[in-house]
Design a binder for this molecule. Structure first.
Ligand code: AMP
Length: 284
């Protein structure tokens, strides 16, 4: 069932809570794909009821053009959910900006112990304040037992864990693996904006991540970064915003390899005016 306001969502949730049923929550911005569906499937498997939110959150966009062009396909999204999970207990919350923010469309500010200082936080000013603001609101309305987030947005996943810890919210954050298209491109709502041929070519991003995973076994971190940058320099349609190798624990850039420190490669590439993000765990 679709609910459009947080008050009607709270009303619907009341009976679920009275019956002591567990609630799984999957927040999304819509234009749903198999990546989103995999989060929902896991939430259904692990809970009695599921809440999915579909909301393109304006305060987490630092680029007006990206916000305006973000695909909005609520009807199609709802049909997809119904088709995929026909008789599961699912509430789909599709609020307006007004329902979430009233007249004050602004972020609160959050400290995430430095997790916000690198990568997306450094390159998209205010992004994680916007993410924190919407999630604090949603967690307080939905009061889920568990909430599901994709490793596709690995930094976001770590930040959400920090957010619930700092706000002492009683929700367990579950990280879910990245779903990829057949050619390896990480599934993303933004892929919809690519031409057919570029969507095929964009498989190169994952291919180069895998090259890096292989290369770093016998080479230093800085040489690996250089290798990736050289590869992108030869691809005129693909503009590399960043490629970086950071520690999984605190997301700080990795200086040297060590068997005991898990590292991950993070990448952002622009192609046809679309910003694509991906990452891959490295085994050293
Ligand atoms: P979004 O709608 O892009 O804000 O994403 C909603 C949730 O789905 C976030 O937790 C994302 O990390 C997750 N997600 C998006 N794409 C994928 C993917 N390809 N595989 C797994 N999770 C994803």
């Amino acid at each position: 069932m679709i609910v459009k306001t947080h008050n009607s969502l709270k009303k619907q949730l009341k009976s679920i809570q009275l019956e002591n049923k567990t609630i799984g929550f999957v927040p999304t911005m819509g234009a749903l794909h198999k990546g989103h569906l995999s989060l929902m499937q896991q939430a259904i498997n692990e809970n009695d009821a599921l809440v999915v939110s579909i909301f393109v959150n304006p305060t987490q966009f630092n680029n007006q053009d990206d916000l305006e062009k973000y695909p909005r396909t609520i009807e199609k999204d709802y049909s997809l959910i119904k088709k995929e999970f026909n008789d599961a207990a699912i509430l789909v919350y599709t609020p307006s900006v007004q329902d979430v923010y009233g007249e004050n469309v602004h972020s609160k500010s959050y400290q995430y112990d430095g997790l916000e200082k690198v990568m997306e936080g450094a390159n998209r000013p205010g992004h994680f304040d916007g993410v924190g603001t919407i999630l604090e609101f949603l967690f307080k309305v939905v009061q889920p037992d568990k909430a599901y987030f994709g490793e596709k947005d690995y930094q976001q996943l770590q930040i959400v864990k920090k957010l619930v810890q700092k706000l002492a919210l009683p929700v367990k954050i579950i990280g879910c693996p990245i779903k990829r298209e057949e050619n390896g491109l990480a599934m993303s709502s933004r892929n919809e904006r690519l031409s057919k041929s570029t969507r095929k070519e964009a498989a190169i991003i994952y291919k180069i991540l895998k090259d890096a995973r292989r290369y770093i076994k016998n080479n230093s971190i800085s040489k690996t970064i250089q290798m990736v940058e050289n590869k992108f320099a030869q691809l005129p349609n693909f503009e590399l915003e960043y490629f970086t190798i950071n520690r999984e624990s605190d997301l700080k850039p990795a200086i040297r390899k060590s068997k005991n420190t898990a590292l991950r490669a993070f990448i952002v590439v622009h192609v046809e005016g679309v910003r694509l993000i991906d990452n891959l765990a490295l085994d050293l």
